[in-house]
Write a protein that binds this ligand. Sequence first.
Ligand code: COA
Length: 153
Amino acid sequence: MNALRIRSASPADLDAVLAFWKTAAEGTSISDDRAGVERLVARDPDALLLAERDAELVGTVIAGFDGWRCHLYRLAVHPDARRQGIGSALLAAAEERFVALGGRRGDAMVLDRNERAQHTWKAAGYTPEPQWSRWVKPLVRDGDRPGEGAPLC
Ligand SMILES: CC(C)(COP(=O)(O)OP(=O)(O)OC[C@H]1O[C@@H](n2cnc3c(N)ncnc32)[C@H](O)[C@@H]1OP(=O)(O)O)[C@@H](O)C(=O)NCCC(=O)NCCS
């Protein structure tokens, strides 16, 4: 099997990434639009990691470090490329970035019904903390941003 390459996304990749998420990601996130990913890459050019094989995009993860905590989002692997270690390789690359920046612990939001994802996070050493709930407050109205249906995360 050809080698996997993991690299940071550039602004030129963003349309392909948004299209990829429609096929590969779990649901839709509140930031899944051109303005959302442009802002991410402008603010932290190494946060969006892409996995490529033969120059084809096969996986993504966002490794966001705000100086305080290390948050992982948009872990997604193309349906035809799953169970080949790509998700694990993306998580390893994200963790390497966090450690280099001084991060101490990675965290991710994982849907209770997403058993496949739970297997993946567990295999990478993550454990759930059921004592927490997620508390949210939308800062923009639904009509103020493009999107399809209710965003998940
Ligand atoms: C979750 C996801 C990213 C995993 O990517 P992947 O490249 O297939 O994962 P890996 O091949 O690195 O798997 C690593 C380990 O996770 C576990 N795992 C992954 N998928 C699994 C599945 N369907 N069933 C059981 N265990 C699984 C296994 O332990 C696996 O190791 P193994 O293949 O040696 O047994 C991929 O299935 C995906 O994109 N799903 C849709 C998007 C999604 O749900 N993202 C997570 C949001 S929180």
